[in-house]
Design a protein around this ligand. Sequence first.
Ligand SMILES: Cc1cc2nc3c(=O)[nH]c(=O)nc-3n(C[C@H](O)[C@H](O)[C@H](O)COP(=O)(O)OP(=O)(O)OC[C@H]3O[C@@H](n4cnc5c(N)ncnc54)[C@H](O)[C@@H]3O)c2cc1C
Length: 450
Amino acid sequence: MAGRMRPALGVAIVGGGFSGLMVAANLLRRGDQPVRITLIEPAERLGEGAAYATEDPLHLLNVPAKRMGAWADDHEHFYRWVCQRPGGCDPGSFQPRSLYAKYLRSVLDDAVERAGEGGSFSHVRERVVEIVREDGRLVLSLFGGGSVCADACVLALGLGPPASPPADPGLVADGRLIDPWTEEGRRRVAKIGRGERVLIVGSGLTMLDAAITLDAQGHRGPIDAVSVRGLIPRPHGPSGACPEGPPVGASLREQRRWMRGVLASGAGWRSAVDAYRPDAQRIWGSMHTRDRERFVRRLAPFWDVHRHRCAPDVHTRILAMHDEGRLRLHAARVIGLAGGGGKVRAELARGAGCLEAEVCLLCTGPHADPRAWSALVRGLAERGEVAPDPLGLGLLSDDLGRALDCDGRPTDLWLIGALRRGELWETTAVPELRVQAAAIASALVSGRTC
Ligand SMILES: Cc1cc2nc3c(=O)[nH]c(=O)nc-3n(C[C@H](O)[C@H](O)[C@H](O)COP(=O)(O)OP(=O)(O)OC[C@H]3O[C@@H](n4cnc5c(N)ncnc54)[C@H](O)[C@@H]3O)c2cc1C
């Protein structure tokens, strides 16, 4: 008698950015167990999230095309996909992020088309507000009413909304405080007047996006970008031979000594940072909590601008704006945003004064603590279904990605991406996410629990 097929596994995926989409694609591709996938994501188009929803062709990927493949076992998949399009592709080029969203949807469409017998995929355009357990299954409540039941659930919630200094609520209502990661925010940026004074809180990759969009739409007023260190991402460029990275288990002090030695040898900062790549998560995992805390407090801004680089063209454009005096960088902490008289006033810490503008863009990056992201995460944490890591940067999980409850037991909630930041640190870019997506899919279909 032919072997009977196992009953379909019901998997709910919350979030339809890169991570959610690629967990679904990996599950469909495997075919060794039929899966019924319900992906819950409010946006109409999947694969976009905060990173790839932009339509601006000047918003480029910050990783070369040859390394942006969505499959863990095929890093050049994106590069080959672009090569088939008119105009071809240079493997080291930095492609528009809007193109990457199209690529991701083609990956999913292909996986759905090839799905094995018993596999299914559906996209529910909703927001999950609560997850509870009933009769051994998970029940996901939706914002608009109704629910979805599942055997397992993957939380692919992404980065969460940007952190904001305390702000006058009227600023959002009258369109002066803008979150450029939202569709509404992008519409508002497009309407900023040519000569309006713009304040940008944050000076990372999102600030670069905002500044080059403003420049391209003809904005010629002053732009003040303010962040605690006033650093901007460094550009990609040639890096020399990569030295061997610091050993797993090295303390922060030992790593600093190692870094000084590599730089003194003339290897260059790109090589020194790249040397971490193969083992960055394990090095972080082996660090004492006290060292991790010190790193986050003192060194993370320096790490971020050297590790998460920008496309060289973007950097050149930003430097030109800076040299022309149109973009000014300030190293200060914004402690409050007040409105009045058609202006936004940012108060700076340590009596450093105020900055005033007609509009303010929040380019701060996500709030560090995921419990501040949504009622969903807060509710799960309050009921002990998930537990924050000691620094509150993410949620605890085991090596497979299963969330640990407040007693340290693995659950049927799976975590991918930024939610694992406390334990992995480097867990927000495609090279890490594709590995996690494949590992979660593999563990889910094989029923692997350890
Ligand atoms: C501006 C920007 C540019 C970037 N550029 C690059 C790059 O060039 N290369 C690179 O490797 N990485 C880049 N990144 C990193 C990026 O985080 C990852 O590449 C990837 O997009 C993250 O995908 P994600 O699915 O984990 O999160 P997201 O893309 O943020 O997706 C999360 C999704 O979850 C949904 N969601 C959240 N809560 C709920 C809920 N309760 N119910 C239902 N849905 C919910 C949201 O609507 C969202 O669509 C960039 C990030 C940003 C912000």
